[in-house]
Design a protein around this ligand. Structure first.
Ligand code: MTE
Length: 366
């Protein structure tokens, strides 16, 4: 299927109607297919590491030369690495504004999803980001996030569902409440973090929306609004960003809709006000600032797969045995650590999710 046909197929599945070929030009996105960008080759350590931490590491290495062989010196160096002496990155979420009239209460329960690994510092989680609609560098999303307004915000529910509807984000919070889940996040670029997310179970949402029995996939779409997401004026990717999951993946208990992190609402750069978190998959599946959820019969397109199908699969399960064509996936750099660590199958969630892919060749369906 060429790209226009693929898009039309996706829209038709969502809208529940056949689009005649003559109408195709009118409904197809006006953007013409342009050469697609690729995520960078295995990033240099300066790129893998958040700039503030990189600067601190260089400082640490300088300090380490002075203090070498002295345990006191090592302690000083490590304390610098852990954040002391950094410029002025945000060290914790900003104080929460009082809820607007009609807004749902922000009350977060602890969940059973915890990790015995230290969370990545807030300043790194919120200043080292991939959000191409807000810029291509790791620091651009935090710098440009002021454009994005997380309220009012609604989620359109379309496609193969008993009742297509539009749900306000505060209604979602009232329906499901909020819980904290600490998950590993492994980017396809071979860096990783541990993030305490706030949100609710995607399975609970799907259960409430009641897809038809013909639905086999769920597709997600990011906001398309170049005023709020200025880099949508560029053609670096096809906008809006889209992603999808098979329905059994989407209803797995680990799949999560995040509305916050570190106890507070999501900053824009992390995908405010609503994003997907699928901890056993590469981070690019975690689509940000979602405005539409569509149930489909066929596999929906996904942005990075469409951009470079040989490099980014639809499934995108974290797999140390299947390398990216341009770099190894066997190990990763946990942001904040000095040495690489081995990458775990399914990002450490194999016991929970491997059965979903029992009958599949994961080197082909990567
Ligand atoms: N969602 C949208 N809409 N646009 C993007 O560019 N980047 C993806 C994913 N979701 C992206 C997106 C990639 S490549 C990664 S690794 C994660 O978001 C990064 O999430 P974080 O910035 O919160 O760490």
């Amino acid at each position: 299927m060429d790209e226009t046909a693929e898009w039309l197929h996706f829209r038709a599945a969502i809208d529940g109607k056949i689009i005649e070929p003559t109408a195709a030009a009118a409904v197809a996105p006006s953007r013409s297919p342009t050469p697609m960008p690729k995520l960078p080759p295995e990033p240099k350590s300066s790129e893998i590491t958040p700039p503030a931490l990189h600067a601190r590491r260089r400082e640490f290495l300088r300090t380490g030369a002075l203090y070498v062989a002295s345990s006191a010196g090592v302690a000083v160096g490590l304390s610098q690495l852990s954040g002391l002496g950094s410029a002025d990155p945000p060290r914790r979420p900003p104080p929460m504004a009082p809820p607007a009239p009609g807004a749902a209460a922000w009350k977060v329960e602890r969940s059973r999803f915890q990790l015995d690994e230290p969370p990545t510092p807030y300043e790194d989680v919120t200043t080292y980001n991939n959000y191409y609609e807000l810029g291509l560098s790791k620091s651009a999303p935090a710098e440009q996030a002021f454009h994005l307004a997380p309220r009012p915000w609604t989620l359109r529910v379309t496609g193969l569902v008993a009742t297509p509807r539009t749900v306000d984000i505060d209604t979602l919070i009232r329906w499901f409440g909020l819980e904290e889940r600490v998950y590993r996040m492994r980017c396809v670029e071979a860096w990783s973090m541990v993030i305490p997310w706030v949100g609710f179970s995607l399975a609970a949402l799907i259960g409430r929306l009641a897809p038809l029995s013909s639905a086999r996939y769920v597709a997600f779409t990011t906001l398309f609004d170049p005023e709020q997401l200025p880099n949508q004026n560029s053609r670096v990717l096809r906008w809006p960003y889209v992603e999808g999951l098979r329905l059994d993946e989407a209803t797995h208990p680990l799949a999560f809709m995040a509305l916050g992190l570190y106890g507070a609402p999501l900053p824009g750069q992390n995908g405010a006000p609503l994003r997907l978190v699928v901890p056993w998959k590469y981070g690019f599946k975690g689509i940000k600032s979602i405005v539409e959820l569509a149930f489909t019969e066929h596999e929906p397109p996904s942005t990075w797969n469409r951009a470079a199908p040989d490099e980014y699969g639809f499934y995108a399960n974290v797999n140390p045995k299947v390398d990216h064509p341009r770099w190894s996936q066997a190990s990763e750099r946990r942001i904040g650590e000095l040495t690489r660590r081995p990458t775990l199958p399914f990002n450490g969630y194999a016991a929970e999710v491997a059965h979903l892919y029992r009958d599949m060749d994961l080197s082909r369906s990567f």
